[in-house]
Ligand binder design. Structure first.
Ligand code: FES
Length: 315
């Protein structure tokens, strides 16, 4: 799988390259939609696009002509016209991420403004990085701003601002805002959060909030080996409704769990099956459906039973 967001596979890419050996990288992304959602797969797509063998026998000259036609679509020509008329201004970016806290956990926000891998001297411009940490109820508990200048990187602990949870694990959130001081490229500045626990560490890139409409996931039911948690962060000033429904599988009845998250608040839900469903589904896959009715960000955590190791991914 090259792009899970679009279910775009290596075999799909190879088929397209065989059918259209001269397709440009931009045209490939437009045609398939791959790389356009979370963008996490773009480097992989680019790597395989440049290294996979091409089929077909188009001449170099006709290939260049086709590439020119594909890369300058009507939409792109319109964008170029607008760009040439409008002054460039830096775009502020704001991502929302869950913050886990509790005994044995530390969560950090990592931002690097380094040169891009393939172009040795391309950094983003200097930028201001602002972190706003909030508790489960959405109350701001911490605020800090840093200069993340070109060629520098930062790793900032955020979980310690949230204190001690009442249960074994607590949840809050962090808004990560980037404001570039001049127009330029984004470079490597996409933030990552890293969660360090007693037995390991995990990380994922941050994202802008969005609305989830029937996002599905398949997970294994292995209750002696792992626990599954879902986090939701509300990125708006209105309450956020979240529905998590499971298990979807033959022989098990699903039920729906509804959360109402206050403005800018956060929630953590552990996926626990009823005893009858647990017996039927042990060791097998079941489906989980997620929905939100407003702007938010959801993540899945897979943890060892004693929470000494976690992994995280975005939904
Ligand atoms: S993994 Fe490709 S866009 Fe998300």
């Amino acid at each position: 799988m090259l792009c899970p967001c679009k279910e775009f596979r290596l075999t799909d890419l190879q088929r397209i390259l065989n059918e259209q050996p001269n397709i440009s990288f931009d045209a490939l992304l437009q045609k398939t939609g791959a790389g356009g959602t979370c963008t996490a797969c773009l480097l992989d797509l680019e790597y395989h696009y440049t290294t996979l063998p091409r089929g077909g026998g188009a001449s170099a000259a006709s290939g260049r002509a086709q590439r020119r036609r594909e890369t300058v679509s009507l939409k792109q020509r319109l964008y170029r016209l607008l760009d040439s008329l409008s002054p460039q201004t830096p775009m502020p970016l704001a991502d929302y991420m869950p913050v886990l806290y509790g005994s044995g956990f530390e969560e950090c926000v990592c931002v690097a403004n380094q040169s891009l891998l393939y172009e040795s001297d391309v950094c983003a411009t200097d930028m201001d990085l602002t972190l706003v940490v909030r508790d489960e109820a959405g109350h701001e508990v911490h605020h800090e701003t840093h200069s993340t200048n070109a060629g520098t990187a930062q790793r900032i602990s955020v979980s310690h601002h949230l204190g001690t949870p009442s249960g074994e694990i607590g949840i809050g959130s962090v808004r990560i805002s980037r404001r570039f001081r001049a127009p330029g490229v984004r470079g490597t500045t996409r933030p990552q959060v890293q969660i360090v626990s007693a037995g390991g560490a995990c990380a994922v890139h941050s994202q802008a909030p969005g609305r989830l409409r029937d996002r599905w996931l398949s997970v294994y039911h292995r209750p002696t080996d792992e626990r599954l948690f879902v986090s939701a962060v509300n990125a708006s000033a209105s309450p956020l409704g979240v529905e998590i429904a499971y298990p979807f599988a033959d022989g098990a009845a699903s039920s729906s769990h509804r959360l109402s998250i206050p403005a800018y608040g956060a929630a953590l839900h552990e996926i626990i099956l009823s005893d009858p469903a647990s017996r039927v589904l042990k060791g097998t896959l079941f489906g989980v459906r997620f929905r939100t009715d407003g702007l938010g960000k959801m993540h899945l955590f897979c943890a060892t039973p004693d929470l000494d190791r976690l992994s995280i991914d975005h939904l």
